[in-house]
Design a binder for this molecule. Structure first.
Ligand SMILES: NC(=O)c1ccc[n+]([C@@H]2O[C@H](COP(=O)([O-])OP(=O)(O)OC[C@H]3O[C@@H](n4cnc5c(N)ncnc54)[C@H](O)[C@@H]3O)[C@@H](O)[C@H]2O)c1
Length: 334
């Protein structure tokens, strides 16, 4: 389907679920962006889940989002159980505003929900020539190093910087070997997952998506990944006032209350310490790119480059909607 047609369908669905025009547009933009960067695990495949949670009054479609100014640089947002896309969109704009004024913008968000891809918000700051970190916690998926039970989410770490070219540097990665959305999509499609990404509930390696969801996902690099997941939980949950320590509810399976996810956005002017940042970052990337390459590698890419290329290519293509998701879409749109 053409992305413009799909976007208007998503807007219509969110409005049917009582979101305002403005909020429906924010959500539709984020979902379409995920599809266009070939991350369908964070796009349409979650639309039904968001609508189900609105129906069950676990996402507030008409939130009264409160922004508390702590200083010129720092704001705290109580998102009133809004859909995560809306809370994050308001928050990144606030962080950008603060950074433009003082050099640094720090925004902590509580009572939010799943916001999709961190890189989508990081890009907004980078487009304004700012450096950015985005953190969010997520429902239990990873067992802390040494534990048998999951508690940390796949808690993405995201860093972005302008590069002096049109293509931003956006490192945006889950701290699990693969993101949970990929396991969910495999489960729905009845497909296997790769080896080495998850254990079943008895602690045995599995390639069965259903068993992996009931078991634990493996963090990247053993205790290092577990440590990063913990760091993100502290920054996004403990620090902001959001849920933490395994209390973030799974949006697909746990309908016992709102998620109360926390996010933290830190935005900085790139010229805080040097006047010639854009020259320095250009030189930095050039030094990496001109290294001798291993066999089979044509070009050394920086994080975000591939996504940018996919986005541009996909803009002129039809978005492929798998059969089960097309069925959901039709029902939601009826
Ligand atoms: N909201 C949530 O709760 C939540 C949880 C987990 C993940 N996510 C999101 O899921 C998305 C996907 O996460 P992921 O872990 O699957 O990411 P990924 O594995 O697709 O990419 C990770 C990083 O590696 C970079 N990369 C990929 N190929 C590269 C190459 N050849 N050379 C250099 N860099 C390369 C990418 O640009 C990206 O920055 C992210 O946007 C993340 O924010 C969200």
């Amino acid at each position: 389907m053409n992305h413009k047609v799909l976007k208007s369908k998503i807007i219509k669905i969110f409005k049917k679920y009582k979101l305002s025009n403005e909020h429906a547009l924010i959500c539709a933009n984020a979902i379409i962006n995920a599809e266009l960067v070939d991350a369908p695990t964070h796009g349409l495949s979650r639309l039904k889940m968001y609508c189900d949670r609105i129906n069950k009054k676990l996402i507030n479609p008409r939130p009264k989002i409160k922004i508390k100014k702590i200083s010129q640089s720092i704001s705290q947002i109580d998102a009133d159980n809004s859909i995560g896309f809306v809370a994050a969109d308001i928050a990144i704009k606030e962080a950008i505003k603060n950074a433009k004024k003082t050099g640094i913008g720090l925004v902590g968000i509580k009572k939010s929900g799943h916001y999709g891809m961190s890189g989508y918000y990081a890009e907004q700051a980078v487009k304004k020539n700012l450096i950015v970190f985005c953190f969010t916690n997520a429902p239990p998926a990873i067992a802390p190093y040494g534990a048998r039970k999951s508690l940390f989410g796949t808690n993405p770490v995201c860093f972005g910087t302008p590069t002096s070219s049109k293509v931003p540097f956006i490192l945006d990665t889950s701290v699990s070997v693969i993101n949970r959305g990929k396991i969910r999509v495999a489960e729905r499609a009845g497909k296997k997952i790769p080896e080495g990404v998850a254990l079943d509930k008895f602690g045995k390696p599995t390639t069965n998506a259903k068993k992996a969801l009931a078991g634990v996902q493996l963090p990247i690099s053993s205790f290092r990944g577990s440590g990063l997941a913990w760091m993100v939980d502290i920054l996004s949950g403990v620090f902001t006032g959001g849920n933490h320590g395994g209390r973030v509810k799974d949006p697909f399976d746990d309908f016992s209350g709102p998620q109360n996810i926390g996010h933290l956005f830190l935005v900085m002017k790139s010229n805080l310490f040097v006047g010639n940042y854009s020259k320095r970052i250009k030189e930095n990337i050039k030094r990496v790119k001109r290294l001798p390459k291993i066999k089979g590698v044509k070009e050394i890419l920086y994080p975000g480059q591939r996504k940018h290329r996919r986005y541009k290519k996909n803009l002129n293509k039809q978005i492929n909607i798998p059969f089960n998701i097309a069925k959901d879409l039709k029902k939601l749109d009826a």
